[in-house]
Design a protein around this ligand. Structure first.
Ligand code: ATP
Ligand code: MG
Length: 203
């Protein structure tokens, strides 16, 4: 179980606290949806959980161990909103190898197959892929790190519905194998999944 207990986050650059007393549990194989209107702190919560920023109060546990920010950074894979805007690799293979110079061909193939890009030309420019393929590549980039927790910020934002369904199927499949937290302002698109929706409230 991944557990947040009474998380309070008030960066010095903000007049007000962004997160106040957030407590929630995530079970392996049962994704958690975090929803709420714009500005309610969804992305900030992902940043805290993944150790990119520090909470001011509260504790995050993984299987009953308290986690430091550093441990969280190592174990979390975050796919931010519109991840394709941040591709910097010259090719698909290059994008996957950033930070993993010794990435084995086997792992690369395993991860690409897992996200449904098994047949892709790895010498292709990432910007030449379709919108759905780019999202899949962004997820693959995180899976290469073998994260214990996958955090997805608005994973279907800006996609046509036909492409969106494929991405939703992929996310559902991945969520059966690991801890997953999905941020969305449209929780209804996950309504058939029968999973917990934690709603952040407007302050
Ligand atoms: N480091 C920071 N310093 C000051 N204010 C911040 C900081 N990070 C976030 N905020 C503010 O906190 C609020 C919550 O931001 P956040 O991006 O987490 O919301 P969100 O729910 O993800 O919104 P959206 O749905 O628009 O993506 C916003 O008002 C934002 O401007
Ligand atoms: Mg956000």
């Amino acid at each position: 179980m991944l557990k947040l207990k009474n998380i309070y986050y008030h960066p010095s650059t903000s007049e007000r606290a962004i997160l106040k007393g957030i407590s929630l549990d995530v079970k392996r194989g049962q994704p958690l949806i975090i929803s709420g209107a714009s500005g309610t702190g969804k992305t900030s919560l992902l940043e805290v959980i993944s150790g990119m920023v520090s909470q001011n109060k509260g504790t995050i546990f993984y299987e009953d161990q308290t986690l430091t920010e550093r441990q969280r950074r190592a174990m979390c894979g975050v796919v931010f909103q519109f991840p394709e805007r941040h591709f910097i690799g010259m090719t698909v293979a290059h994008e996957l190898r950033l930070g993993h110079r010794r990435l084995s061909g086997d792992l690369q193939a395993e991860v690409l197959t897992k996200v449904g890009l098994g047949l892709i030309d790895i010498s292709e420019f990432p910007e030449r892929l379709s919108g759905g393929q780019q999202r899949r590549l962004a997820i693959a980039v995180q899976l290469i790190r073998r994260p214990k927790v996958l955090l997805l910020d608005e994973p279907t934002a800006g996609l046509d519905w036909s492409i969106r369904d494929g991405i939703l199927r992929l996310i559902k499949k991945l969520s059966q194998e690991q801890y997953m937290i999905i941020v969305t302002h449209e929780p209804e698109i996950f309504s058939s999944w029968n999973i917990t929706n934690y709603q952040l409230e407007t302050k």
